[in-house]
Design a protein around this ligand. Structure first.
Ligand SMILES: CC(C)(COP(=O)(O)OP(=O)(O)OC[C@H]1O[C@@H](n2cnc3c(N)ncnc32)[C@H](O)[C@@H]1OP(=O)(O)O)[C@@H](O)C(=O)NCCC(=O)NCCS
Length: 272
């Protein structure tokens, strides 16, 4: 992939995923992919069909963890082997990585490809809705974080998922708020975007629940929030969501290779 392929890849993924992106969402997608093209040029691939982009795969490597961030083939070009070739290229970028992780859409062809590539598929749940503010408990021990807290973020990430998100901190901080909790009993963090929880990790469930409550309290009253990619390992989150008046639905899948679902952890859809 080259920088001038990014906008075509954005259009292609919207079509293949069947989503309508707002102008802001388009810019977010392109900004994120442009960022990953800088950090992981060897993981970003397009399939070229007569000069047009007909497929895309974007993968990243963080420490010894490989993550797939985007994967799509234009609907008019599917079932011709392009998807398999793109996934091979993206997986090849992870050579030497011990573990693999991706959040999959509920697309039967994609799930088939992921399983064939050796991933274990874990069904996920999604909490969504407007927070019942009368249910919010008083939470102490959680405060706003800054760049000075990124060492804490990295140490929690290493413990919970075996790899940091180091090259992505500045990008993620630009579009979300960091909350941290650092107690004698445990520590953790959450990145909160305007649509909901971008990512949350903690060294124990009690700290994770504090952070999730604090994040829900910090959302704009009356506006919907989303907490996604929850495997059954994240019951601590389901319990907070129910208490906060959110609804639970089936989401999609977390696909993992040589890795048990990290917990307590809410994975980022794009960064794992
Ligand atoms: C998932 C996706 C990228 C797969 O792309 P694709 O190009 O259709 O995949 P392929 O053609 O490589 O594989 C589809 C099947 O067609 C077969 N096939 C058909 N004709 C073929 C040909 N001429 N040459 C090679 N393989 C062919 C492949 O062998 C494969 O079958 P298999 O599963 O038994 O191996 C595509 O379906 C897609 O964009 N889905 C929607 C977007 C989405 O949800 N993406 C996942 C995001 S997490």
């Amino acid at each position: 992939m080259r920088p001038d392929d990014v906008d075509a890849a954005e259009r292609l993924t919207a079509l293949a995923y069947g989503v309508e992106r707002t102008e802001a969402a388009r810019r977010r997608w392109s900004g994120r992919t442009g960022h990953l093209l800088t950090t992981d040029p060897g993981g970003c691939w397009v399939a070229d069909g007569d000069g047009a982009v007909v497929g895309v795969a974007v993968a990243l490597r963080r420490d010894l963890l490989w993550v797939l961030s985007e994967y799509a083939v234009h609907p008019d070009h599917q079932r011709r082997g392009i998807g398999a070739a793109l996934l091979d290229a993206a997986v090849g970028y992870g050579a030497g990585c011990l573990r693999g992780l991706l959040t999959s859409r509920p697309d039967p062809q994609a799930l088939r490809r992921y399983r064939r590539a050796g991933f274990t598929l874990h069904p996920t749940m999604r909490l969504s809705g407007v927070v019942d503010r009368s249910a919010l408990p008083a939470v102490d021990g959680v405060r706003g974080g800054t760049a000075a807290d990124l060492d804490l973020v990295e140490s929690v990430d290493r413990r919970v998922r075996g790899a940091t998100h180091r090259p992505d901190h500045a990008f993620v901080l630009a579009s979300s708020r960091l909350l941290v909790c650092d107690l004698l009993t445990g520590s953790g963090y959450v990145f909160l975007a305007d649509w909901g929880v971008e990512r949350l990790a903690a060294t124990n469930r009690a700290v994770a629940q504090r952070l999730l409550w604090a994040a829900l309290a910090a959302t704009t009253p009356g506006s919907p929030v989303d907490v996604r990619n929850l495997t059954s390992d994240q019951e601590w989150a389901v319990d907070v969501g129910f208490a906060a008046g959110l609804r639970l639905d089936h989401d999609a899948y977390l696909a993992l290779r040589h890795l048990r679902p990290p917990a307590p952890y809410v994975p980022s859809t794009a960064f794992g």
